[in-house]
Design a protein around this ligand. Structure first.
Ligand SMILES: NC(=O)c1ccc[n+]([C@@H]2O[C@H](COP(=O)([O-])OP(=O)(O)OC[C@H]3O[C@@H](n4cnc5c(N)ncnc54)[C@H](OP(=O)(O)O)[C@@H]3O)[C@@H](O)[C@H]2O)c1
Length: 309
């Protein structure tokens, strides 16, 4: 179904992919944080009102995907108030605006709402117990959205990467060039997820929601299936880039010493997503080569440019 999608935080990693993969029969508007700041309730409500009115004039049902977030988990440890302002209060303001204008909302959340003590993939209904400030603010955002009275869905995802923005796969590609050896933590296991796959999944969900046939389950997970530690993921990235995976060395989270504690195990189950009739995600090993191939092509292009210069 044709739809009009409004994506605050649209210039971030997921927002950029949503705009890239959105079929042209739809309208997608992705305001920057300067154009729409979700911590400003009045401006957010007014901007959504204008968008929804224009969409309806063109006969397109409006849907909001909230991709606006404070996502620096380490920085959030020393600035939880700022993270809370965006991830919880901002999410609540946007949800209130959606309720006011009768627009359904999809809120993106994270595997970091879980404490990592599970031994099996976390179901969407599993008890959340965040270990870090970022996870606490995102969980508060989930609750604000679900209690707002808006027609809303929460979609948790994890370990997102793409050909652009700051993400683990790009960092590994950079370090592969800069260092002989790279130490990567091997005691955190999760669900590496392609931003492009996530964006396609979100568009499927948005389509269902726009038809008035959104899933009964209000909390869903979307990740590529399977599991990996950061170390296993890094080795796979090296291999796909044509580098020797033995240059990646395992280390522990304690050795790495980052401010935010992370769950040891945060693999997400997509059972509820698939049971809702939404297209099942593919394994991470199938999705990753598309991004590493693009990164290799980018490198080859840079090499040719250097030769010409
Ligand atoms: N990346 C991951 O691995 C991952 C994993 C799990 C869940 N998620 C969730 O997925 C969603 C999207 O993540 P992402 O990777 O796309 O993050 P991102 O690249 O950091 O993008 C976040 C965007 O939000 C914008 N933003 C920040 N404060 C805002 C405000 N007050 N008003 C409006 N926009 C604001 C940022 O704009 P500025 O740059 O201008 O501040 C940025 O464009 C988030 O909800 C995140 O929690 C991500």
């Amino acid at each position: 179904m044709r739809k009009a999608i409004w994506v605050p935080g649209g210039r971030g990693q997921v927002g950029t992919e949503l705009a890239r993969v959105c079929p042209p029969e739809n309208v997608l508007v992705a305001p920057t944080s300067h154009q729409v700041d979700i911590t400003d309730p009045k401006a957010t409500t007014a901007a959504l009102g204008r968008f929804a009115a224009a969409a309806r004039e063109f006969g397109l049902p409006p849907v909001v995907v909230n991709a606006a977030a404070y996502t620096d988990a380490d920085a959030a440890e020393s600035d939880e108030r700022r993270a809370f302002r965006v991830n919880a209060l901002g999410a609540g303001h946007l949800a209130a605006a959606c309720r006011e204008h009768g627009v359904p909302l999809i809120y993106l959340s994270t595997d970091y709402v879980f404490d990592g003590t599970a031994a099996e993939p976390y179901e969407a209904s599993a008890l959340a117990n965040p270990l870090n400030a970022y996870g606490r603010t995102k969980l508060a955002g989930e609750r604000a959205v679900l209690n707002s009275g808006a027609e809303a869905w929460v979609v948790r995802t994890a370990w997102v990467y793409s050909t652009h923005s700051v993400n683990f796969v790009r960092t590994m590609a950079r370090l592969e060039r800069e260092r002989d050896e790279v130490a990567v933590v091997d005691d955190q296991t999760g669900s590496p997820t392609s931003a492009a796959d996530l964006a396609s999944g979100l568009l499927s969900l948005a389509g269902r929601v726009a038809e008035g046939a959104g899933p009964a389950e209000r909390v869903l997970h979307y990740v590529n299936t399977g599991r990996a530690s950061w170390y296993e993921l890094a080795r796979t990235v090296f291999g796909l880039l044509g580098a020797d995976p033995r240059r990646v060395r395992p280390c522990t989270s304690a050795e790495f010493g980052r401010p935010a504690r992370r769950p040891a195990y945060s693999v997400l189950s997509v059972r509820a997503w698939a049971a809702s009739g939404l297209p099942a995600p593919r394994p991470w090993q199938a999705a990753l080569p598309e991004v590493t191939a693009a990164l290799r092509a980018e490198r080859a292009g840079e090499g040719r440019a250097v030769q010409r210069a």
